[in-house]
Design a protein around this ligand. Structure first.
Ligand code: SF4
Ligand code: FES
Length: 202
């Protein structure tokens, strides 16, 4: 076991655990958007930042990808962390201004406006890739993919055609942190309203 501290509280983690996994084990809340224990980690949203202190240095890191080490002291809610998190939430508000979930989360940190230019007023998706990964890694059908590059990148069915592979399990809707997949699923399935969603299983 590896011993270190979170918010000055002694904690123990198994070899290979991340700071986020350890915090979850101890019921310490760190906000996340692109993390889900059922799929591989991408570090796409950066909202899970924490401050790590060791000896006389400290830095802000992404907790879902940061492996624990003996002797660390991690702060999940320091002033530095809150500032970085507010900055990230402003970026997310610009990226997906139509997402009620993102607005609600931002408001928790007192962020109600953004200094960044809005990408698209109707956009809800933050391109976290959770829907793509759950479809590929858990359901095993790859009915959803990222399409295009850079500012044109979006989420949809492969080649922009109705995804025959979609089994309508609803897992993508369940894991989506912004609500974007609720309105996208019909597009992925080709507007097949006769194929009901099965109970989500993630
Ligand atoms: S639709 Fe949802 S889960 Fe998929 S990339 Fe966008 S925000 Fe993430
Ligand atoms: S939850 Fe860690 S980067 Fe998104």
């Amino acid at each position: 076991m590896i011993s270190f501290k979170i918010n000055d509280q002694e904690v123990e983690a198994r070899e290979g655990w991340t700071v986020l996994e350890t915090a979850k084990e101890y019921g310490i809340r760190i906000p996340t958007l692109c993390y889900h224990e059922a799929v591989s980690t991408s570090g796409a949203c950066r909202l899970c930042v924490v401050e790590v202190k060791e000896g006389n240095w400290s830095k802000v890191v992404i907790s879902c990808m940061y492996p624990v080490r003996e002797g660390l002291n991690v702060f999940t809610d320091s002033e530095r962390v809150k500032n970085v998190r507010r900055w990230i939430l402003e970026m997310l508000l610009a990226q997906c201004p139509a997402s009620g979930e993102i607005k609600k989360l931002a408001a928790e940190y007192g962020v109600t406006a953004t200094r960044f230019g809005l990408k698209n007023k109707e956009e809800e998706c933050l391109l976290c890739g959770l829907c793509v990964k759950v479809c590929r890694e858990v359901v095993g059908v790859s009915a959803i993919t990222t399409i295009g590059r850079g500012v044109h990148k979006t989420i949809g069915a492969p080649y922009g055609k109705p995804a025959e592979a979609c089994v309508a399990c609803g897992s993508c809707v369940t894991v989506c942190p912004t609500g974007a997949m609720r309105t996208r699923l019909d597009r992925v399935r080709g507007g097949d309203h006769h194929k009901p969603l099965a109970a989500p299983h993630v």
